[in-house]
Design a protein around this ligand. Structure first.
Ligand SMILES: C[S@@+](CC[C@H](N)C(=O)[O-])C[C@H]1O[C@@H](n2cnc3c(N)ncnc32)[C@H](O)[C@@H]1O
Length: 302
């Protein structure tokens, strides 16, 4: 462990911080709302005092578009989960859940069983910070794991996962932290768990061209893309959670296909800008588009 303040949750806090910042925007300007994020973020009271505009402005100075990228990822998955729940999905497995609060902030049916999977240190902290009256808390089962060493299948079955039920999985902001072998075995276990029932999965992945052709990972005219990549990768490493694995679109499609999934969508902020930011008057200019990470949805092959 490289940093005793963060105890393995540095990157989980980093994402929750962006959700906190977005939550501070006026209701008619915000793209997502996460009233729980403040409970998990170090220095939340200062961030709240600074407000949405100043925090976003500061972020723009460091890595333009990163805040909006992370918020579009959150919203994209929120929409996916709400749609899937309304279409009859009965289990939701949040792989590398960190401080994700979808279980509590989205309108989800009471019969949707949620499994949050992450490292025990992160889960202990999360549980201790959630208020006693948190909505839907009884529908959440915490499953601790290290994807590099443990069997997801065993842990989920021990926790009451039902292999007959249609299930959605999300792996949000995690694939860059685990070896390719761990992603492959996790997908393999997911496919086995639902070999007799329908499943869907969301995965985000970082473009493997991030270093050798960094400008392709940002919008046209983005200033100093190499500097943005360096800042992000160095920050993650400093938190003790280095980015180690990257993919091309073809590689992700192949890994999914080998594990019985068909890729149905591959998006970035560039595709979601007009859907999420334009309606609230915050269209991101092309030269601030951050598309280093992609959002993929895949469905189990019939
Ligand atoms: C960037 S955070 C994303 C958290 C959450 N999905 C979100 O988007 O808010 C990455 C998460 O992956 C978890 N993680 C990283 N490596 C892991 C591993 N080997 N086993 C289990 N969880 C891991 C971390 O604990 C952390 O919560």
């Amino acid at each position: 462990m490289s940093n005793s303040i963060f105890r393995k949750d540095g990157t989980a806090q980093g994402v929750a911080k962006q959700r906190l910042i977005e939550t501070l925007a006026k209701p008619n300007k915000r793209v997502i709302y996460d009233p729980y994020a403040k409970n998990f973020v170090l220095g939340a009271s200062i961030i709240k005092l600074m407000g949405h505009k100043l925090n976003v402005w500061l972020g723009e100075k460091i890595v333009p578009g990163m805040h909006e990228h992370l918020i579009s990822r959150t919203r994209f998955i929120d929409d996916l989960i709400e749609n899937s729940a309304s279409m009859g999905i009965e289990q939701y497995v949040i792989l590398g859940a960190g401080y994700d609060s979808r279980a509590h902030r989205l309108k989800l049916p009471n019969n949707l069983k949620i499994f949050e999977v992450d490292q025990p240190e992160v889960q202990e902290k999360k549980i201790s910070k959630l208020p006693n009256n948190t909505p839907n808390i009884d529908n959440v089962t915490y499953v601790n794991i290290d994807f590099k060493h443990h069997s997801l299948k065993e842990r989920l079955l021990d926790a009451g996962f039902d292999q007959r039920k249609p299930t959605i999985y999300t792996l949000e902001g995690v694939s860059q932290y685990i070896p390719r072998k761990a992603l492959n075995s996790t997908l393999n276990e997911v496919a086995t768990l639902n070999s007799n029932s329908n499943s869907k999965i969301f995965i985000s992945y970082v473009n493997k061209l991030l270093k050798e052709d960094s400008k392709t990972c940002f919008g046209k005219g983005y200033s100093k893309p190499e500097k943005a990549v360096n800042f992000i990768t160095k920050s993650a490493a400093k938190l003790g959670e280095p980015w180690i694995t990257f993919y091309s679109a073809e590689e992700i499609e192949d890994i999914l296909s080998e594990n019985n999934f068909t890729l149905t969508e591959n998006r970035t902020l560039a595709d979601l800008n007009s859907k999420y930011f334009t309606p609230v008057g915050r269209t991101i200019p092309e030269n601030h588009i951050f598309k280093l990470e992609h959002f993929v949805i895949a469905e189990s092959k019939k």
